[in-house]
Ligand binder design. Structure first.
Ligand code: PXP
Length: 242
């Protein structure tokens, strides 16, 4: 196997279940420990403005519980910037966020929001936090990421995950071309959103991709087969695709 693809596990939805009853169980920290135990490469968590899953206090507890790098998904707001600078996660992935959405629907408009994003990106980079921009696999957005000096982009695979047949093949091609363009320009490409055991392999086979971030499906499968097995199986499928 060459060019190992990293797996970041998004544990938000462990917190979603915990918050359904307002108590402490199930604890996303325990999920982070299991991910570390089975060889996951990172923990991803999205602290949303409405705190619907991950809470502020979870961040420090996750950082203390494992040595895995934490990838904090955050909206480009002063509040989230201040939290990121305080917690100093390994990485911050800037995502678009709308209060009424169920999940992150579509990528960040890095091109249209250059002036808003530029100071946020540079303050995170100055604090030694690796910045990633969650964008559509679109050359215009990659050019914006180059101008913003983002070292990483994460391509939104939601469209790929939700379409079928020719449309899915076309979207896969768009992601592959975007990954090649990013890598050619010195940007490390990642991908994520809506990935499952069934659809992960064509994405994992794109050679320039360095990391996938996967959450909802892994946590959902964990109900049936356990979190260890769920992460292990995804890891195996990713490795087989390379
Ligand atoms: N990457 C980013 C930037 C995301 O916002 C999300 C969803 O929170 C994911 C990856 C994981 O998506 P999913 O939960 O659909 O696997």
């Amino acid at each position: 196997m060459t060019n190992r693809l990293r797996l970041g596990v998004n544990i938000d939805h462990v917190a979603t279940i915990r918050n359904a009853r307002g108590g402490e169980h199930p604890d996303p920290v325990r999920a982070a420990e299991i991910v570390a135990h089975v060889g996951g490469d990172g923990i991803t968590a999205h602290l949303r403005e409405d705190r619907r899953h991950i809470r502020d206090s979870d961040l420090q507890r996750i950082q203390e519980a494992t040595n895995l790098p934490l990838n904090l998904e955050m909206a480009a707001t002063e509040e989230m910037l201040e939290i990121a600078l305080r917690h100093k996660p390994h990485a911050a992935c800037i995502v678009p966020e709308r209060r009424e959405e169920r999940t992150t629907e579509g990528g960040l408009d890095a091109a249209g929001q250059h002036n808003h994003l530029a100071p946020i990106v540079s303050r995170l980079l100055d604090a030694d936090i690796r910045v990633s921009l969650f964008i559509e696999p679109d050359p215009r957005q990659i050019e914006a990421a180059i101008r913003l000096k983002a070292p990483v982009v994460e391509f939104h695979t939601g469209k790929y995950a939700h379409c079928v047949d020719d449309a899915q093949v076309a979207e896969l091609q768009r992601i592959a071309e975007a990954a090649a363009l990013a890598a050619k320009n010195g940007i490390e490409p990642h991908a994520g959103h809506g990935l499952t055991f069934e659809n992960v392999q064509p994405i994992a086979a794109i050679p320039q991709l360095a990391e996938l971030n996967i959450g909802h499906y892994l946590i959902g499968e964990a109900i049936f087969i356990g979190l260890e097995e769920s992460v292990r199986k995804m890891r195996t499928l990713m490795d087989m695709a390379r």
